[in-house]
Design a protein around this ligand. Structure first.
Ligand code: MG
Length: 461
C-alpha cells in the first residue's frame, strides 16, 4: 500500500510536468522553461545489449570482433572489470536495472518460466518505480528504444512505466509473434530484423536531437546479439567472427553514432552514457552465441560468465579518461546513481538493493558495492563478498537439462586470484564461508513476507 501511494505521488508530479510542456502555442515558453529547468541536470543514456558476453568487445580482449567506437569510449571513459547484471536472463535483469531492486522483490523472476513469454499475463507491477518515472517527475524527457521484456500487454508497456515514447520488440526476438511496436501500437509484424539496429539508432538520435534543450533519459536496449542474429547490408559478411561479429560490429557503429551526436550537439559534457548487457553469452547457440572470455560458463547460470558484463561509463570532463575500475558494480546501482546525479528523489517505502556508485564514476572514492547476490529464479545460488565467492547451488548454463547441484560445504573461489572459478578453496577458508553465511541470514531477514512480493517463496525453499 505504501508503495502504491509513493508511486501515485510520482505519477501526479509527472502529470503536471507533461501538461505544462504539452500545451499548444507554448513552444517558446517550453524552450525558455527547459533551459532554466535543466539547472545543470545531466542527461543519461543507458545502452543495454542482449546476451553480449564479457569477452565480446575489442577493448575486453576479443581477437576478431572490431569495436572501434566502444574501444574509443573506453579510452575516453571508464572500463569496469567487476560489473554485474542482476540476473543471468533477460526479464529479471531488466526489472532490476530499471527499479534498483532484486527481481525477487518485484516478482519479475520465477524458477519455472524464467522470463516472460508472448502468452504471459504478467509484467512489471504498477507499484514499482522505474528510473524513467523518477526522472520524469524531475522534469526529464524519457524514451525507451528496443527490447522491453517486462510485459507486452498494454498495462505493462514502457509508456505505462514512465517513458514518453517507445519503439521496439516488446520481448525477445526469437519469440512469436514478433511485433515491432511504436508507443502502444504494433507497426510491423513480423518485425524486419535486418534493419532493426539501424532503425533503433535513428529513433534514438531523433530523441536526443529533439530534446537537446532539456534534460533527457534514453534507455536504449538493443535486441541483439540475442538470437536470431541479423545485421544490415552495411555490416553483413564483414566480420572475421562471422555473423555474430557482424551483429556486434553494427552495435558498435550504433554506439559511435550516439556518442558522435552528443559531441556534435555540444551535449557530451552534460551526458553520462552507460554501456553494458543484460546477461552473459548464450553458449549453447554455439557459433551464434558470444564469449565470456576467461569467465566460466554463460547466460542462464550463476557462474561469472552468466552475470559479469562489460561495463563502460563515458562522461567527458566528469569521468577521467582511460581508467580501469576493478571495484564491484551492478545494474542494480543505476537507479540510485542516476537519481543522485540528477538530484532527483529516490523512491521511498521500499528496499533498494542498488547503491550510488557515482563516487567511483567521478573518481571520488570506492564504488560502495562490496556484496553481490546471485539469484537464479527465486533461489539464491551464490554470493560474492569482496574477492570471495561462495556457491551454495550450481547449475551449468542455459539450455541444458541438468538439475541443481547443492554444495555442502559450499564451493568457494577467490575471484581475484581465480577469475575463471577453477580452484575450489572451501577447505582452506571455512571462516570466509561462515562470514558469508551470516550475511545471507541478514539478507533473508530483509526479504520480509508481505513487504516484498514473492519473499515467502525464498523462505519455503
Ligand atoms: Mg538476454
Amino acid at each position: 500500500m505504501q508503495a502504491q501511494i509513493n508511486r501515485r505521488e510520482f505519477v501526479r508530479a509527472l502529470g503536471l510536468g507533461a501538461a505544462s510542456f504539452a500545451a499548444p502555442g507554448l513552444v517558446g515558453l517550453r524552450r525558455a522553461g527547459a533551459a532554466a529547468a535543466r539547472g545543470g541536470k545531466p542527461n543519461f543514456v543507458v545502452i543495454f545489449c542482449d546476451d553480449l558476453g564479457y569477452g565480446d568487445l575489442g577493448a575486453y580482449g576479443h581477437p576478431t570482433i572490431r569495436t572501434p567506437n566502444l574501444d574509443r569510449m573506453v579510452a575516453e571513459g571508464q572500463k569496469w572489470t567487476n560489473f554485474y547484471a542482476a540476473a543471468s536472463v533477460c526479464t529479471p535483469s531488466r526489472a532490476a536495472l530499471l527499479t534498483g531492486r532484486l527481481p525477487i522483490r518485484s516478482g519479475m523472476c520465477s524458477d519455472k518460466r524464467r522470463v516472460l513469454f508472448p502468452d504471459s499475463a504478467g509484467g512489471l507491477p504498477d507499484s514499482e518505480v522505474t528510473i524513467a518515472e523518477a526522472l520524469k517527475a524531475a522534469g526529464y524527457a524519457t524514451a525507451c528504444v528496443g527490447k522491453w521484456h517486462l510485459g507486452h500487454l498494454p498495462q505493462y508497456l514502457p509508456t505505462r512505466h514512465g517513458f514518453d515514447s517507445y519503439l521496439g520488440i516488446p520481448y525477445s526476438n526469437d519469440m512469436r509473434p514478433t511485433p515491432l511496436m511504436d508507443g502502444e501500437k504494433v507497426i510491423e509484424e513480423p518485425a524486419e530484423q535486418s534493419t532493426l539496429t539501424k532503425r533503433y539508432t535513428q529513433r534514438a538520435l531523433a530523441f536526443i536531437e529533439s530534446n537537446k534543450n532539456r534534460p533527457f533519459f534514453l534507455y536504449f536496449a538493443h535486441t541483439f546479439p540475442h538470437v536470431p542474429l541479423f545485421a544490415s547490408g552495411d555490416f553483413k559478411d564483414r566480420s572475421l567472427r562471422g555473423l555474430y561479429g557482424d551483429v556486434v560490429e553494427e552495435l558498435d557503429w550504433s554506439v559511435g553514432r550516439i556518442l558522435g551526436a552528443l559531441r556534435e550537439l555540444g551535449l557530451a559534457e552534460n551526458t553520462l552514457v552507460l554501456f553494458t548487457s543484460d546477461n552473459g553469452p548464450w553458449l549453447t547457440q554455439k557459433l551464434n552465441g558470444g564469449s565470456a572470455g576467461l569467465l566460466r560458463e554463460g547466460k542462464g547460470c550463476t557462474y561469472e560468465g552468466g552475470m559479469r558484463e562489460p561495463f563502460v561509463a563515458w562522461w567527458p570532463g566528469r569521468i577521467r579518461a582511460g581508467q580501469t575500475v576493478m571495484d564491484m558494480g551492478s545494474t542494480l546501482d543505476f537507479l540510485p546513481t542516476i537519481l543522485s546525479l540528477a538530484g532527483a528523489a529516490v523512491p521511498t517505502g521500499r528496499v533498494l538493493d542498488g547503491v550510488d556508485i557515482s563516487p567511483a564514476l567521478l573518481g571520488r572514492g570506492p564504488s560502495g558495492r562490496s556484496v553481490m547476490y546471485y539469484y537464479r529464479g527465486a533461489k539464491l545460488y551464490a554470493v560474492r563478498k569482496g574477492p570471495y565467492k561462495v556457491h551454495f547451488i550450481t547449475k551449468p548454463a542455459y539450455g541444458r537439462n541438468i538439475k541443481d547441484t547443492w554444495h555442502d560445504p559450499p564451493e568457494l573461489y577467490h575471484l581475484g586470484h581465480d577469475p575463471s572459478e577453477k580452484f575450489n578453496i572451501a577447505e582452506r577458508r571455512p571462516e570466509v564461508i561462515a562470514e558469508i553465511n551470516r550475511l545471507v541470514e541478514q539478507h533473508r531477514e530483509n526479504l520480509v513476507p508481505g513487504k516484498d512480493q514473492l519473499a515467502e517463496r525464498i523462505k519455503r525453499k
